[in-house]
Design a binder for this molecule. Structure first.
Ligand code: GAP
Length: 539
């Protein structure tokens, strides 16, 4: 699995994603999409919309406002219970999500070095003492290893070699907790991932709702919230959409838009941020058919990521345990992706029952119901909610596409993005930028191709460098105009150009008149057919 640092560095270098407000030192956890990033993320959203709205006849779209009546959040239950448990360190002042504390500890520098010291110990007491000296007095003090060093070492020694053997085994998680308890004498096994102090506050809930005020004058302004999910905009518009579209159950409403959460521990690049974009569907169905629709949506969404290139081995489904379920859900399955920091949620598909429509009916006084022609009864539909993150999906596609390869002794970085996702579809490259005819032909070709695909012209380096650059940003096809294309005193023009495939680096030569139709075939994944028609050679 690729290191996240490589993705962050490529993103900045090639204009996918930048740190927000970087010239002012940056704003934590906020990111800006650069020229190629905006193309990639727009492609993710466009494909999601096309596949979930335009290609289905049981779906319609919506674009609701980010700011909503404050009562919405009372009714939805967010004001009362949309929070994460957090804990603070009295020593260094850092805050952590209680449920992420243990993984933060095991990933911390001090803990991994402690773990390594024990795992490699020949003489535990001696090696731990060395570790205490090496990793600094403050951490050792925080871990209570200074005042009590001899006692803790003696206690740890009592468990030796059992402890060492356990740590050496693969069940790192369990043994690491035991290790922490033994070494620090800290019965809870809780310690600050940053400084190692055991002085962590008891977990308390922290609201994730981001507040702002609406109105020009402070005295009369009202407190409102930036929506933490786009879903509620769909629920409160249920009746409007139903009346306007005359849809029959089952049908769904899709929406893409910004959401905001005061996350305690944002991080891992764009994986968890305080401002992000969601792609959500609320699919309304008859009670009793909800389980079947839940399963269908899980399958559909699971396939969707794979359709656009996510490798099967990097994606999985995980059913929520009853104690993990959100307050509104009867069941939920997460689609998880193997991100560089481990398996993490990409999308959640929940069965929200009739909870939201009933809550909004009660709080607003407006009945949110559906008249069932068959039974001649009014019912409150059940809701299946596939809820994806546009930023997280974009990150997953980037990570999955990233490859490093060796080509003729040189390292090649290539983003093997699906052509529909690739920011640039075609790069037109002149073999000689001093040849006016070549340049003119290449520029005209670019302008023609642009009418259908996002194409760029580039003559700022040698052809080899240009290919590598396009590989690195995931451009699936490069078209090269050369001397044979335009002809010279030795030979007449053959009116043909070379098309190079990013992944195989194979090339075909096709006539200008057939370029557009050939390109369409290539975008549809028919390289083999084109290669058979025109013959290939390795570039
Ligand atoms: N309406 C249901 C809902 O919001 P969720 O699991 O909290 O469910 C759905 O969020 C998706 O939104 C997640 O699977 C993830 O892709 C994205 N998401 C949630 N919080 C995020 C954050 N802080 N940063 C980036 N994406 C986030």
């Amino acid at each position: 699995m690729v290191d996240m640092d490589k993705i962050v560095s490529l993103s900045k270098r090639r204009g996918f994603i930048f740190q927000s407000s970087e010239i002012y030192g940056g704003l934590g956890s906020a990111w800006d999409y650069g020229p190629l990033g905006v193309e990639l993320k727009n492609n993710v959203k466009r494909l999601w919309w096309r596949d979930n709205v335009h290609l289905r006849d049981d779906m319609v779209g919506l674009d609701a406002a980010i700011t909503m009546h404050p009562k919405v959040w009372e009714a939805s239950g967010h004001l009362a219970s949309f929070s994460d448990p957090f804990t603070g360190c009295a020593e260094c002042g850092r805050h952590y999500r209680e449920d992420h504390l243990w993984s933060a500890i095991t990933e911390s520098k001090w803990f991994t070095s402690l773990h390594a010291a024990v795992a490699n110990a020949q003489d535990l007491a001696k090696d731990l003492r060395k570790w205490v000296q090496k990793d600094g007095g403050k951490l050792a003090r925080n871990l209570k290893l200074v005042k009590d060093t001899d006692n803790t070492l003696a206690a740890a020694h009592g468990f030796y070699p059992d402890l060492v053997n356990n740590v050496k085994q693969e069940s790192v998680h369990l043994d690491s907790r035991k290790l922490l308890r033994l070494i620090t004498g800290n019965v809870s096994g809780r310690a600050c991932p940053n400084c190692g102090s055991a002085q962590l506050s008891d977990p308390r809930p922290a609201s994730l709702m981001l507040e702002t005020s609406l109105g020009p004058v402070q005295e009369t302004a009202i407190k409102i919230y930036l929506r933490p999910e786009t879903a509620q905009g769909i629920f409160v518009n249920f009746d409007n959409v139903l009346q306007a579209s005359r849809k029959k159950l089952p049908f769904g409403i899709a929406q893409i838009g910004k959401a905001f959460r005061n996350e305690i521990t944002p991080g891992n690049f764009t994986f968890r941020t305080r401002e992000f974009e969601q792609m959500e569907i609320e699919f309304f169905c008859l009670p009793g058919t909800d389980e079947e629709w839940h399963r269908k949506w899980i399958d559909e969404r699971f396939q969707w990521y794979q359709r656009y290139g996510i490798r099967r081995e990097n994606i999985r489904q995980r059913k929520h345990e009853p104690d993990e379920l959100a307050h509104y859900a009867k069941g939920c399955v997460d689609i998880e992706y193997l991100f560089p920091m481990g398996w993490s949620e990409l999308e959640g598909i929940a069965n929200r029952t009739d909870y939201d429509l009933k809550q909004h009916s009660q709080f607003s006084g407006k009945a949110l119901e559906y008249f069932d022609e068959e039974t001649k009864q009014k019912i409150v539909p059940y809701v299946i909610e596939p809820s994806a993150g546009a930023d997280r999906s974009t990150l997953a596609f980037l990570v999955d596409a990233y490859h490093e390869e060796e080509v003729r002794g040189e390292k090649r970085v290539v983003l093997k993005l699906h052509p529909e996702l690739a920011p640039i579809k075609i790069a037109v490259l002149p073999l000689l930028k001093k040849n006016d005819q070549i340049v003119e032909t290449a520029k005209k070709l670019t302008a023609d191709l642009r009418k259908r695909w996002y194409a760029v012209y580039d003559d700022t380096a040698s052809i080899g460098r240009l290919y590598r650059r396009q590989d690195e940003v995931g451009t699936p096809f490069c078209v090269t105009v050369d001397v044979q294309t335009v002809g010279d005193e030795k030979a007449p023009a053959d009116d043909k150009v070379t098309i190079r495939d990013r992944d195989t680096m194979e090339q075909v030569r096709v006539s200008l008149s057939a370029l557009e139709s050939t390109m369409q075939k290539l975008m549809d994944g028919k390289w083999a057919e084109v290669a058979q028609d025109h013959g290939i050679w390795q570039g």
